[in-house]
Design a binder for this molecule. Structure first.
Ligand code: ADP
Ligand code: MG
Length: 578
């Protein structure tokens, strides 16, 4: 578990400068152990958990061993996916920034041969590629290994899982026998041991048993959730913890699409990755996610493999992963670089036994949790709201409205009452009947809660009774956020001739019904009475509009800004409505 400063590892000034520029303060344990071993020329098997810094552990010594004057391939790094190859190439590029004459090239399917060929012909010494594309180049004669000194297999376990074993063996048989061979992997299952014993010469086995100290601090919690309540459970957890950056893993493409859509229509900023998404699109999504262009990435394991993001607050296993290795890979994406992270796992029905198996096998530390109640969600929401008010006051980022407030004070109203009314209105409450700003909420006969809202969050608990309709018809509940979001009366009482649109803006953006009506009237030039009832939720809202204008209104709203939010407007689905 030892860590040492980089300058005690026998590295060149150029590398030390680069490492410093990258902000690495000291070598991680795997780097401390592996770098000198590789520099000494030995074959190495390096095993440590995801996020422990394996890339630099092999890339640093690999770059050190390159002879810049020799314009031929000297290092070959094999990676399971295109994304990983690109990331490793990026990191190697940064590490070799001050090494003149050292050049690397990523080689992967989907990019033109021409371009890769040019880089190879220009004398790149470090080739980072997927096994398939590397083989293609070997066959075409565009990749020659006469001067190869070092072969590195990164994420070996993944490569074997993905069926690259034959390709890898073919490559290993085609390289000079004098090459140094390095295996890196989070796990070393049987097939990798076979490869190691067949192709390595007396390797140094370096295994960093992380977890306790240096491993990411990931709080792991599982929740027993009825299959049909998963989305509800997910959004409650997100809201209570106020998560803003995380990955949600699903087991199938269909589930990814489905969940992405539901979350999106509930006002969460999401995007998705899975095997059917085109490469160009994937690149865009990943890039956007890395730059925090949206909050939650919904993905399958394969799609998110090798995606390198730091600072995730949370990883959700919306579906239980297949095995402990996948689990470890998934949760390794949070809690990096000493930061604390959370890993929340949903299990339904019999899956609990599968999870228990994983816990035993991999000695996982997963605790049982309970899904927050509606009250807890509400409480958290209120405190976020409180915080927002406080922060806005602190930052003085608001326009004064002294005249209106003075008028109210002059009329003898207490300032606390005025504030309470404002909050009440902000949270979607109805105003009095004195006309004034539009209060478009309409009479809605109270109905019993929809089936899923009544669903208990754990299989064993008894279903709660439907909430009694406490408000008289024609009044909106005082704090509809809670009810609106989690036990809102079904919107079957909608007027004939109205259609419902779902907008991606809600209470948390401090939007009011008046804002919405005003915006719609403004952009469409239609009279305000085309707008009917508005249901505000935490991060989205539902607005009834006259059906004949619905398409036009949606089109006009799409892409414009309201309260700083770029709007999307879609016909509301059954899920949006609860
Ligand atoms: P692994 O391959 O073991 O999963 P990576 O090589 O992808 O891990 O490293 C994980 C993250 O840690 C990357 O963002 C990397 O830049 C960063 N990192 C690597 N080494 C160090 C170090 N010595 N100090 C700080 N950060 C580091
Ligand atoms: Mg890695």
């Amino acid at each position: 578990m030892e860590k040492r400063p980089f300058n005690e590892l026998g590295l060149s000034d150029e590398i030390l400068k680069a490492v410093d520029k990258m902000g690495f303060e000291e070598a991680s344990p795997i780097q401390t152990a592996v770098i000198p071993a590789i520099l000494s020329g030995r074959d190495v098997v390096g095993q440590s958990s995801t996020g422990s810094g394996k890339t630099a552990a092999f890339a640093i010594p690999a770059i050190e061993r390159v002879d810049p004057k020799l314009r031929a391939v000297q290092v070959l790094i094999l990676c399971p996916t295109r994304e990983l190859a690109v990331q490793v190439a990026e990191e190697a590029g940064k590490l070799s920034l001050f090494k003149r004459g050292v050049m690397g090239v990523p080689i992967y399917g989907g990019q033109s041969y021409e371009r890769q060929f040019r880089a190879l012909a220009a004398g790149a010494q470090v080739v980072i590629g997927t096994p398939g594309r590397v083989m293609d180049h070997m066959e075409r004669g565009t990749l020659k290994f006469d001067h190869l000194k070092l072969v590195i297999l990164d994420e070996t376990d993944r490569m074997l899982d993905m069926g690259f074993r034959d390709d890898i063996e073919h490559i290993l048989k085609s390289v000079p026998a004098t090459r140094q061979l390095l295996f890196f992997s989070a796990t070393i299952p049987r097939p990798i041991q076979d490869l190691i014993s067949r192709y390595s010469k007396d390797p140094a086995w370096i295994k960093i048993e992380s977890v306790a100290q240096n491993a990411p601090q990931v709080e792991q919690i599982y929740f027993e959730v009825d299959r049909r309540s998963k989305i509800e459970a997910l959004t409650r957890l997100i809201d209570v913890h106020d998560f803003r950056y995380g990955i949600i893993f699903c087991s199938t493409k269909i589930m990814v699409d489905d969940l992405d859509e539901h979350l999106h229509s509930r006002g969460y900023l999401t995007d998705r990755l899975h095997g059917d998404i085109t490469q160009a699109q994937r690149d865009r999504v990943m890039d956007k996610f890395r730059h925090r262009g949206f909050e939650f990435l919904v993905a399958t394991d394969v799609a998110a493999r090798g995606l390198d993001v730091d600072d995730l607050e949370v990883v959700f296993n919306f579906d239980l992963p297949n095995d402990a290795e996948d689990y470890t890979h998934r949760i390794g994406r949070t809690g990096r670089a000493g930061k604390s992270g959370r890993a929340f796992t949903f299990v339904s029905g019999q899956e609990i036994y599968k999870l228990q198996g994983m816990v035993r096998w991999a000695k996982l530390n997963v605790k049982r949790g309970t899904i927050p109640s509606l009250d807890e969600v509400e409480e958290a929401r209120t405190s976020v709201f409180f915080e927002k008010i406080r922060a806005t006051l602190e930052a003085k980022q608001f326009k004064p409205h002294d005249r209106m407030i003075d008028r109210l004070l002059d009329q003898g109203y207490a300032s606390t009452d005025i504030c309470s009314v404002l909050i009440h209105l902000l949270q979607g409450g109805t105003g009095g009947s004195a006309g004034g700003p539009p209060a478009p909420a309409k009479a809605k006969p109270a109905k019993s809660a929809p089936a899923w809202a009544k669903q208990a969050m754990t299989p064993k608990a008894a279903p709660e009774p439907a909430p009694a309709p406490t408000e008289p018809a024609g009044e909106r509940p005082a704090l509809p956020a809670k009810k609106a979001k989690y036990a809102r009366p079904a919107r079957t009482g909608r007027e004939a001739g109205m259609a419902t649109l779902c907008l991606n803006i809600g209470l948390e953006h401090l939007v009011t019904p008046a804002d919405v009506v005003g915006k719609i009237a403004g952009v469409t030039r239609l009279p305000a009475d085309v707008v009917g009832a508005i249901d505000l939720h935490e991060r989205h809202l539902l607005v009834d509009v006259r059906a004949e204008h619905a398409a036009l209104i949606a089109k006009k709203l799409e892409g414009i800004k309201l309260k700083g939010v770029t709007l999307t407007a879609k016909p509301a689905s059954a899920q949006d409505k609860g």
